[in-house]
Ligand binder design. Sequence first.
Ligand SMILES: NC(=O)c1ccc[n+]([C@@H]2O[C@H](COP(=O)([O-])OP(=O)(O)OC[C@H]3O[C@@H](n4cnc5c(N)ncnc54)[C@H](O)[C@@H]3O)[C@@H](O)[C@H]2O)c1
Length: 350
Amino acid sequence: MKTAVVTGSSGLIGSEIVSTLDRLGWSVHGVDNNMRMDFFGPDGDTTANLERLSKATKEFTHHALDVRDRGGVGRLVADVRPDLVVHCAAQPSHDLAARRPFDDFDVNAVGTLNLLEAARAWCSESPFVFLSTNKVYGDAPNELELVELETRYDYADPQLYEGIDESCRIDATLHSLFGASKAAADLLVQEYGRYFGMPTVCFRGGCLTGSSHASAELHGFLAYLARCVHEGRTYRIYGYKGKQVRDNIHASDVCAAALAFAAAPRPGAVYNIGGGRANSVSILEAIARLEELTGRTLAVEYVEEARRGDHICYISDLRRLRADCPDWEVTVPLEEILADLARPARSLPV
Ligand SMILES: NC(=O)c1ccc[n+]([C@@H]2O[C@H](COP(=O)([O-])OP(=O)(O)OC[C@H]3O[C@@H](n4cnc5c(N)ncnc54)[C@H](O)[C@@H]3O)[C@@H](O)[C@H]2O)c1
């Protein structure tokens, strides 16, 4: 039986990876200390995902371990000697990082180093998948010329139709502390591929989503929007007239990309991953569609000042990923993601 270590296993992507690997007959060790609740309060509590996994899986072992615990991480990886490591644990919020800089860096950068070193010592041949972020590009994408359309911004240059590719620079740009800690981790993951020859990959995510996201105002764009619609909360739009664009990908498609890489790994790979143009949406468009689907009206507050370093228009260019993993594709269209989020009693299939 193949074994995997999945960090952030109670989170959106981690729980998807756990349930998929379990279905495929793997033995999975999940690492998650529910720090999302510490970051975001009760909205961020991931206990429901853990309970769901514990009930529905066959070979899943949960470890309430902190990725900052270097010794603990090392012992777990030494015991398990996994055939695959998927590292999803993170402080994931752009804005929260400025309030908790040490936690942000210790979890995102040092936690990643702890895991990489453990992997180098005990399973250096096993694919190491890291969930990075498009925030490694900082606000460099905002330098692109944009056109303002009725409900969204778009790139003025038709050559950018497919979106931002991996050649976008990652330095000399405003990242937020979160973007900086993730960029540090992203570079480390690449370096363990280049320097040590390990089969590592960074997936630089756009907006990753799904109904199992413990969404909070500071993280989880579409799921939080849906939460506001369902719970009658006021949704705050920060700047850009609500025309800022995000590309959204369902957790199951992210999981499929991780497993596609694991099946044919290479050292130091980097891919942008998101929903691409077909799954892109502005905040205004997403609100309108969720209102239609639910028959409810969302209370919206407009805050003039944009979030520092927020992307105005971000669409992931998926061509490199498609070229290297030709069987992979975005399979869950935006409309299906929205319809799922619009359902009041959201079912959480394993
Ligand atoms: N969701 C998105 O839109 C998005 C976009 C780009 C990148 N990413 C990246 O993808 C990864 C997964 O994102 P997600 O949306 O599933 O996040 P998530 O917050 O849902 O899941 C992360 C999990 O990690 C756990 N965790 C946090 N700190 C920990 C620690 N110190 N030790 C152990 N566990 C800890 C949390 O409790 C949480 O359950 C993250 O690295 C994130 O930066 C996410």
